[in-house]
Design a binder for this molecule. Structure first.
Ligand code: AMP
Length: 210
């Protein structure tokens, strides 16, 4: 199974990708996570190059992203399939994937309106070492701004500040949303799932379209 998860930032792609990866026993490839890991590693030259771009909510250059993905999917663990979370994000990236001859079985578009996304992302807090995610209203930690398990401080992702969220949404609508038509035009099997509601229900909907 080779799957692409498409949707705006804050649509819940990460949460659904984790579930799907376990359910289908295929690796989740999150380009956002890969880039954040590079930024955290001071010796990583890619990290240096993309830090500001990411903090400003802009897209990293296509060539770099394509190389990153091409290298990653050569790995042994991708032989039985993979789940792309955050790639492709531009027409150029989609075309590169198409040219590489890798057949995609399903594109799952998670749809969430902008107003909901701003509310979700601006309240999101993260425990960085573990990746645990909280929300100040919908899923608050037991103690304000502290992780429930380690009691270490939570952080707000630099790009989860309201101004940057708006920028990321603008980038999504201009550069990534046109992919929906492109996938249709090239006869990809594209399904749309509503991304608002209970996580379990959304999971069930995704399972039923697979
Ligand atoms: P995400 O965690 O998927 O929201 O990604 C965080 C940031 O990483 C994005 O705002 C971009 O700056 C960068 N990024 C992730 N994936 C891509 C991609 N496929 N193309 C360009 N930039 C990307």
């Amino acid at each position: 199974m080779r799957i692409i998860l498409l949707g705006p930032p804050g649509a819940g792609k990460g949460t659904q990708a984790e579930f799907l990866s376990e359910y289908l026993n295929i690796p989740r490839i999150s380009t956002g996570d890969m880039l954040r890991a590079a930024v955290h590693d001071d010796t990583n030259t890619i990290g240096h190059a993309v830090r500001t771009i990411m903090a400003e909510g802009r897209l990293v250059p296509d060539e770099l992203m394509i190389q990153l993905i091409e290298d990653r999917i050569q790995n042994e663990d991708c032989r039985k399939g993979f789940l792309l979370d955050g790639f492709p994000r531009t027409l150029f990236q989609a075309e590169a994937l198409e040219k590489s001859g890798i057949a995609i079985d399903k594109v799952i578009q998670i749809y969430v309106p902008d107003s909901e996304i701003i509310q979700r992302l601006s309240g999101r807090r993260i425990h960085e070492p573990s990746g645990r995610i909280y929300h100040i209203k919908n899923n608050p930690p037991k103690k304000d701004e502290l992780d429930d398990i380690t009691h270490e401080p939570l952080i707000q992702r630099e790009d989860d500040k309201e101004e940057t969220i708006k920028k990321r949404l603008q980038v999504y609508h201009h550069q990534t949303e046109p992919l929906i038509q492109w996938f249709q035009q090239y006869n990809y099997s594209l399904v749309r799932v509503e991304g608002v509601g209970k996580v379990d229900k959304i999971q069930e909907n995704i399972r039923s379209v697979l």
